[in-house]
Design a binder for this molecule. Sequence first.
Ligand code: FDP
Length: 339
Amino acid sequence: MLHPTQVTTLERYILDQERIHPEATGELTNLLYDVALAAKLIAAQIRRAGLVNILGTAGATNVQGEEQQKLDVWANETMKNALNRTGRICAMASEEDEELIPVPDDVVPGKYVVLFDPLDGSSNIDVNAAVGTIFSIYKRLSSDGHGTLADLLQPGHQQVAAGYVIYGSSVMMVYSAGHGVHGFTLDPTIGEFLLSNPMMQMPRTAHYYSVNESNFQRWSKGVQAAVRGFKGEDPERMRPKNSRYIGSLVADFHRNLIKGGIFLYPADTKNPRGKLRLLYECAPMAFLAEAAGGAATDGRNRILDLVPGALHERVPLVVGCARGVDYVRTTLEAVEGMA
Ligand code: FDP
């Protein structure tokens, strides 16, 4: 047991990591700390959701045509306000905003851009299931002034850091700056994220698969074959797995990271490009998966190599334990041939 004065806070841990990597200037530390502050505010609001009667739809729909809930709006504003006046970023993009979000004119733009999904899995809020915030950080490509769309439309392998906050039975922030994946649990009594899961590794063997199987009839033959394999119909190539689907990407991913599993949101006839967004969901989760020894593909290509053409582009996603992800890719190739 550690004495309370020996615990490692998020700030202390990131600072120590930066000391190991001499190229670091400390700005990324502060940026991650800005995200952590927003996460604490969002966590506090989520905890109060049932009490203050703020559940329900705000009446508006977001750019994807989905119904927005009040907490989505609130979380989005909280993220923007935590980041926009810090001088550390030159632009932002949010799953809830159609266009690039510029920093205010009176703020000197910084060298990073941040993209985020402020409240992912929001259809779970009404039922008290886990939701999350996903973030993704890149260095700007333009040299100065306000950030541009090109600064935001970078392939995932260029991310300098990515992570998520899961608002579950406890609140955890999981991030990677490329050197391992680290998890911190919020101690609500002192309001600090404390290191709880250093150097998280995706288990080599997947015991679970997570997919919305109600879409089965809408999938391609290859996806159907891969999921049948997970159920035990391809015993020579794949051991049968247990199934768990929460319907909240952060919660499903987090479960698979800890227990060993594969998450899929494939293309289907209703969502021919898949449902999840490349920049706000797939690229940051792929960055984390690879940093933890896992993998992520759209079925054919490595997610981190995809070059986004637009802010809200969607792609199919298969992410989790490397062998399971590769099984899906090779099964698609065998059934459907090369693209
Ligand atoms: P939600 O619609 O509740 O916001 O991209 C959003 C997302 O949740 C993911 O978090 C989740 O993995 C997925 O959609 C669930 O989609 P289905 O309901 O179609 O399974």
